[in-house]
Write a new protein. Structure first.
Length: 81
C-alpha cells in the first residue's frame, strides 16, 4: 500500500541512536487527523575503511493507523452499543 500512495511530508520530532539502532519520533500534519509515529531502524556497517556505509537492515514502526486510514479516505461504521 505504501508504494501506491503519494508522498506524505512529515517532521522529525526526536532522534536517538546508539551503535546499531536509530530511533525516530515523527509527526505528519495530515488532515483531518494528525498522525504521529515512531520508527526503530536497525543498522549494519557495509564495507570497511573510507568506503564503509551504514545500511538499514530492519525497520520497526508504530503509528496511529486509525488516523492514517481516516486521512486516506477510509472509514468504518462502528455502531454505538
Amino acid at each position: 500500500m505504501q508504494g501506491t500512495q503519494a508522498n506524505i511530508p512529515f517532521r522529525i520530532l526526536n532522534v536517538w541512536h546508539n551503535c546499531n539502532t536509530v530511533t525516530l519520533r515523527w509527526v505528519s500534519a495530515l488532515v483531518p487527523q494528525q498522525v504521529q509515529g515512531i520508527d526503530v531502524l536497525e543498522i549494519v556497517q557495509s564495507g570497511r575503511g573510507a568506503k564503509a556505509q551504514w545500511l538499514i537492515e530492519k525497520v520497526f514502526g508504530e503509528f496511529n493507523s486509525g488516523a492514517w486510514l481516516v486521512d486516506g479516505g477510509c472509514s468504518v461504521d462502528c455502531p454505538a452499543r
